[in-house]
Design a protein around this ligand. Structure first.
Ligand SMILES: CC(=O)N[C@H]1[C@@H](OP(=O)(O)OP(=O)(O)OC[C@H]2O[C@@H](n3ccc(=O)[nH]c3=O)[C@H](O)[C@@H]2O)O[C@H](CO)[C@@H](O)[C@@H]1O[C@H](C)C(=O)N[C@@H](C)C(=O)N[C@H](CCC(=O)O)C(=O)O
Ligand SMILES: Nc1ncnc2c1ncn2[C@@H]1O[C@H](COP(=O)(O)OP(=O)(O)OP(=O)(O)O)[C@@H](O)[C@H]1O
Ligand SMILES: N[C@H](CCC[C@H](N)C(=O)O)C(=O)O
Ligand SMILES: [Mg+2]
Length: 485
């Protein structure tokens, strides 16, 4: 596909340019290593390096045009240079223009917050399919163009990938797309040019402080998403989260609230809780859901609110919602032949871990032992590690600290940092087994009939990343294998 540079630059403020802009280019790339003859290279300032350093390499590989924040000293007369203030911001618009502005031809809803994004986006995808629509999904677990699955590499893909996937959705006839918007994505302007019909806020708790540095900067990144919504869009916030109001402070969108506790536009109440589901009352009507945990009442209410604001009928939405099932790796339970219950959950923040353990606590009879197997990811927020250790020990009878994805770090150091958060009285509950499979095996060996094992942190992931290599690893598969030995 070739495109004229002038068409791609629509809505972008150009500070300076060199060469004929009325020229056709092939592909857009922000990674010099992928550039081929006739392509357009966008130089971005990253967290590790500066794309401007790779301009000569991109030109060697055949780049015809360069988007940059400062013009290089050596100008190649055969190449077109365009200077803008922020290339990452411009990239989102460039990509959107390149793919014929797909978000204008879909009802696009973004979900942001620390926890619950995948759950809400995936449930909206399932719900709207049940309501008879063709739908797209961009999520941590996977992406869907209606029924066609495309592997996910990030929670929110890069700007070029997003517009490409959205354009494939439009081509496939999708009317809706539900997507997760991570704080990294907002901060790096991956979603900047998209036309969102609506936004949903879940909650804000401790995560990603390695990247954002302060909680306030993390909040500002999330808020940036709502600041960007237009006045014909809707913005739905969680009135039960203490940052729920602040997040919508400067949005131009129509504001709506949801709550299980206070007065709000959309309300729900938990009537009954069981290990296989909850009876809820939403907007005055009762329904059975296959979900457990108070946090899931919030997630389901957010789903309901969005569906109503997308003009779906109350009765039909509630009926279809009662048929929805849990998302891969989110509170998935497996029972062993001798009656041990293992729960696999993606809780990888202190708040998520506490919520899941509190949910188990509310449902247990107290005759059983709760054993938690948990680790924390390497090359990610270190300050959440002691908090995760603390929460695990406070709300479980036994804890086995183990590896998550160590990435480039020493897994034993991560375990030590988690253990540092455990109070002196609780230390006797805690074991450390670095090898995750051995940790799971030990938990199963320690458990007897009716005991509950929570295996937290990796949920749907089917790999363990160690020193840049992703080894096949699947918590559920391992539990099943050991249960059936
Ligand atoms: C910290 C972070 O978000 N990094 C993302 C970022 O990379 P970066 O800024 O570090 O890039 P860099 O290495 O400094 O390079 C700067 C620029 O030079 C270019 N370059 C670099 C080398 C070269 O030889 N040639 C070249 O052109 C790069 O392509 C880039 O454009 O931009 C890259 C391209 O979009 C992303 O792949 C990369 O994600 C990394 C892999 C990552 O792990 N990201 C995680 C933290 C992330 O984004 N997570 C969130 C979810 C979290 C959640 O679910 O809550 C997500 O949305 O998935
Ligand atoms: N609304 C919620 N509030 C608090 N915790 C939640 C909520 N929903 C889910 N969780 C917990 O957080 C974990 C992750 O949920 P989910 O994958 O939906 O979040 P996410 O926001 O997509 O996470 P990520 O940032 O990794 O993309 C779940 O396994 C569960 O333990
Ligand atoms: N989207 C999150 C996922 C964390 C999952 C956990 N298993 C880990 O590897 O830390 C992140 O990239 O921080
Ligand atoms: Mg997610």
């Amino acid at each position: 596909m070739t495109k004229k540079i002038t068409d791609l630059l629509r809505s972008i403020n150009i500070l300076e340019s060199v060469g004929e802009l009325n020229t056709e280019i092939n592909m857009l790339h922000f990674d010099s290593r992928k550039v081929a003859t006739g392509d357009f290279f966008i130089a971005q300032v990253g967290t590790q390096s500066d794309g401007h350093d790779f301009i000569p390499k991109a030109i060697d590989q055949g780049a015809k045009a360069i988007l940059c924040q400062h013009l290089p000293e050596d100008i190649n007369p055969k190449v077109i240079y365009i200077k803008v203030e922020n290339t990452s911001k411009a990239l989102s618009a460039l990509a959107h223009n390149y793919y014929d502005c797909p978000s204008n031809n879909l009802k696009l809803v973004g979900v942001t917050g620390t926890n619950g994004k995948t759950t809400i986006a995936s449930l909206l995808y399932e719900l709207f399919r049940k309501l008879g629509y063709k739908v797209g999904l961009l999520s941590t677990v996977t992406n869907f163009i209606d029924t066609k699955e495309v592997k996910a590499t990030h929670t929110t893909p890069d700007a070029i990938q997003i517009s490409k996937l959205l354009s494939e959705m439009v081509e496939e006839g999708c009317e809706y797309c539900f997507m997760e918007v991570s704080s990294h994505a907002v901060d790096q302007h991956r979603t900047g040019a998209l036309n969102f019909k609506g936004g949903i806020f879940t909650n804000l708790t401790h995560d990603h402080l390695d990247y954002h540095k302060t909680f306030d900067a993390y909040l500002r990144a999330k808020k940036g998403f709502f600041d960007q919504l237009g006045k014909t869009s809707f913005a739905i916030t969680n009135a039960d989260d203490k940052n729920g109001k602040i997040i919508l402070q400067n949005t131009k969108a129509h504001k709506f609230t949801y709550s299980t506790r206070a007065f709000a536009d959309f309300r729900a109440q938990i009537l009954e809780k069981h290990f296989n589901g909850m009876q809820l009352e939403i907007d005055g009507l009762e329904l059975w859901t296959n979900f457990i945990g108070d946090f899931n009442a919030h997630n389901l209410l957010a789903v309901y609110s969005a569906a109503r604001l997308l003009d779906q009928s109350k009765e039909e939405v509630l009926m279809k919602m009662s048929e929805l099932n849990s998302v891969a790796g989110r509170f998935e339970s497996i029972i062993s032949p001798n009656g041990i219950m293992a729960i696999v959950d993606y809780a990888h923040t202190p708040d998520a871990l506490k919520n899941v353990l509190l949910t188990i606590d509310q449902l247990r009879t107290r005759n059983e032992t709760v054993i938690t197997v948990v680790g924390a990811g390497g090359d990610r927020d270190k300050t959440k590690r002691p908090l995760m250790g603390k929460v695990s020990a406070e709300y479980s009878d036994k804890v086995i600290l183990t590896s998550d994805n160590p990435r480039s770090e020493n897994p034993d150091t991560i375990i030590t940092e988690m253990r540092e958060g455990v109070s002196a009285n609780n230390l006797k509950k805690v074991l450390a087994i670095t090898d995750r499979k051995e940790a799971i095996r030990t938990a199963i060996m320690l458990a007897k009939k009716d005991d509950i094992i929570l295996v937290a942190g990796k949920g749907h992931e089917d790999y363990q990343e160690i020193n840049g290599v992703k080894h096949h690893f699947d918590d559920k598969e391992i539990i099943n294998e050991i249960f059936n030995q």
